[in-house]
Design a protein around this ligand. Structure first.
Ligand SMILES: *[C@@H]1O[C@H](CO)[C@@H](O)[C@H](O)[C@H]1NC(C)=O
Ligand SMILES: *[C@@H]1O[C@H](CO)[C@@H](O)[C@H](O)[C@H]1NC(C)=O
Ligand SMILES: *[C@@H]1O[C@H](CO)[C@@H](O)[C@H](O)[C@H]1NC(C)=O
Length: 162
């Protein structure tokens, strides 16, 4: 019983983490947000992205910026009408807080060589039901919420013990 009680806070912590879990992606991984990195390949490697995930851009101050644009401007490397733009400091964290496409470019001229990234923020995975299984395109992915359900069951079992 003592062990079970001691485990309780830990389980609660895991439960909280599983429920609110959002991933943080460092754009370009160890290469950061710099010229000469193919961010299309980076995106392919790390997709899918979900609402609530964070993108963190690390760049060299004065050498690069992060400009969010629309699709047309993205294709043309046109930073003249930014949705948001960020150039202060050496890093920029951006939350994907809507289900939509996000486009980022660098306005320093490196965009033409590929310093641009398009990210699709997908809805959070839901627990599998007959309906969602029918529409899901990637059934192999374990929904994060399934982890929460499992932990909730474990917690309930534990509570019955004590
Ligand atoms: C970014 O925003 C600042 C302030 O609004 C503006 O002066 C600057 O020209 C913008 N940069 C780009 C690349 O749009
Ligand atoms: C979404 O994120 C943007 C940029 O990070 C922020 O300005 C905006 O307020 C956020 N919107 C919501 C609904 O959280
Ligand atoms: C980046 O990689 C993609 C896929 O491998 C390729 O189609 C694209 O041409 C590359 N972009 C640049 C700027 O090299």
């Amino acid at each position: 019983m003592a062990t079970a009680t001691a485990l309780l806070p830990l389980l609660l912590l895991f439960l909280t983490l599983a429920t609110v879990s959002a991933d943080k992606f460092t754009v370009g991984d160890s290469k950061g947000w710099n010229p000469g990195v193919n961010y299309t390949e980076w995106e392919k490697k790390h997709r899918p992205f979900h609402v609530g995930d964070w993108l963190v851009f690390y760049y060299q101050a004065g050498m690069a910026d992060v400009v969010q644009v629309d699709e047309v401007a993205y294709n043309k490397c046109d930073a003249s009408n930014p949705i948001t733009n960020y150039s202060k400091g050496r890093s920029y964290a951006f939350e994907l807080n809507q289900t939509k496409m996000y486009y980022f470019i660098c306005s320093y001229g490196y965009c033409y060589q590929g310093m641009k990234v398009a990210i699709k923020a997908e809805p959070l995975p839901t627990p599998s039901s007959p309906l969602s299984q029918k529409t899901s395109s990637s059934p192999s992915i374990v929904p994060r919420s399934a982890v929460a359900v499992t932990l909730a069951a474990a917690l309930a079992a534990l509570l019955r013990l004590v």
